[in-house]
Write a protein that binds this ligand. Structure first.
Ligand code: XLS
Ligand code: CA
Ligand code: CA
Length: 436
């Protein structure tokens, strides 16, 4: 069965003159940039939940997505989805994928049944991985959709819920081992609070930290140690999510002695929900040596919630890719399209078109970022701006040779200070030249 008939073989790079909507206009996988191919730089991944299981429903309306993988029963649909997923991965030439446990297999009537279904489906996924060479970037456990998780999972007030969540993560790590996952993600679905009036925040955070240590211990025990990633988000579904943003999440990881095993999985739309740019979040993570992986999408400045739109803004992808280059790359992480088609894009072929724009937008970002780096655009700008710290009193401050008395003496003997304009408007004008 062929699921994506719009493209008989593969989506290929045809350049900007093409009239073929199912072609890359900018993403040229084998093109070498700064010593690596585009494919190696970008390490794209597809998200099972948005690509295979999202149905186009929203709080105001029913499912609209037209899909051709429905089977006679849930298990047959799940198997068809695996086939269709590997077909789209191959057609888009994408090497990695990500999933939640409940995306891939029906949850059945009991935990036991769910675990058995996961075994069957992950056998099939493994077969497909072996045939195609496609790899697992990360998997995770959905511990937020079922009603039992109404108060969170590892921060729930109910210890039985905590145990159930542990069962899911135990299985998730076993699956990660079976499929040789590079990373394992925790996004704190409902790990936060609706109201502080009834919440013991300190206790809940102690509990979830214990939970993460249990996960690290179990990974060691089964001899499979993926890079653990924690994904910040400030709000939604809870009023307040504990992993608010990169800086808050790092404070948590440091407080609970988890930095050795955890890095951050940063999502563009979560950054903007927190009142930050994507670049800010990536830069913050880099400053802690904790950039793990990226969830590629974008929000809409006119809509205040998490809409996971496919990335199409080249300004943002350029600055994000600049941070990635500065980091020396993103491996063992990648760029995962945690993005969904708009509800009005309900035809199956829209899944191809949407991923193409996302991949093209990151390719353009990478090209521009590489040029900015080659030209030392930001390096020169910043070097000049901080030059006062490279000689004299500035050098003494940096070397730890100054104290309050020597600094005060300096200020008293040097008179008023001459400041310089940043000319930021001019900087932005020059930056624009790199984007188009
Ligand atoms: C939801 C999150 C989720 C995580 C994985 O907002 O982005 O999809 O990435 O659980
Ligand atoms: Ca995400
Ligand atoms: Ca999101």
């Amino acid at each position: 069965m062929v699921y994506f008939n719009e493209v008989p073989e593969k989506v290929v790079y045809e350049g900007t003159t093409t009239k073929n909507p199912y072609a890359f206009r900018h993403y040229n996988p084998e093109e070498v940039i700064l010593g690596k191919t585009m494919k190696e730089h970008l390490r794209f991944a597809l998200a099972y939940w948005h690509t295979m299981t999202q149905d186009g429903s929203d709080p105001f309306g029913s499912p609209v997505n037209q899909r051709n993988w429905w089977g006679e029963n849930e298990m047959e649909t799940a198997k068809n989805r695996v086939e269709a997923f590997f077909e789209i991965l191959q057609k888009l030439d994408v090497e990695y994928f990500c999933f939640h446990d409940i995306d891939i297999a029906p949850t059945g009537d009991s935990l036991e049944e769910f675990l058995a279904n996961l075994d069957v489906i992950t056998d099939l996924i493994k077969e497909k991985m072996d045939q195609t060479g496609i790899k697992l970037l990360w998997n995770t456990a959905n511990m937020f959709s079922h009603p039992r998780y109404v108060n969170g999972a590892a921060t729930s007030n109910n210890a039985e819920v905590y145990a159930y969540a542990a069962a899911q993560v135990k299985k998730g790590l076993e699956i990660s081992k079976k499929l040789n996952g590079a990373n394992y993600v925790f996004w704190g679905g409902r790990e936060g609070y609706e109201s502080l009036l009834n919440t013991n925040m300190g206790f809940e955070q102690d509990n979830i930290a214990r939970f993460f240590h249990l996960a690290v211990d179990y990974a060691k025990k089964i001899n499979h140690q993926p890079q653990f990633l924690l994904e910040p988000k400030p709000k939604e579904p809870m009023t307040h999510q504990y992993d608010f943003d990169a800086a808050t999440t790092m404070a948590f990881l440091q407080k609970y002695d988890l930095t050795e095993n955890f890095k951050l999985n940063l999502e563009a739309n979560h950054a903007t929900l927190a009142g930050h740019t994507f670049q800010h979040e990536i830069n913050t993570a880099r400053n802690y040596n904790a950039l793990g992986s990226l969830d590629a999408n974008q929000g809409d400045p006119l809509i205040g919630w998490d809409i996971d739109e496919f990335p199409s803004n080249i300004y943002d992808t350029t600055l994000a890719m600049y941070e990635v280059l500065e980091n020396g790359g993103i491996q063992p992480g990648g760029i995962n399209f945690d993005s969904k088609v708009r509800r009005t894009s309900f035809e199956q072929g829209d899944l191809l078109l949407a991923h193409i724009v996302g991949m093209d937008t990151f390719a353009r970002g990478l090209r521009a970022a590489a040029k900015l780096k080659e030209d030392r655009f930001f390096d020169d700008l910043k070097e000049k701006r901080y030059a006062s710290y490279t000689t004299g009193i500035g050098q003494e401050i940096v070397d730890g040779k100054a104290d309050l008395e020597s600094l005060a003496d300096y200020a008293l003997t040097h008179g008023e200070i001459k400041t310089e304009s940043n000319h930021l408007e001019y900087v932005k004008s020059l930056l624009n030249d790199y984007l188009v």
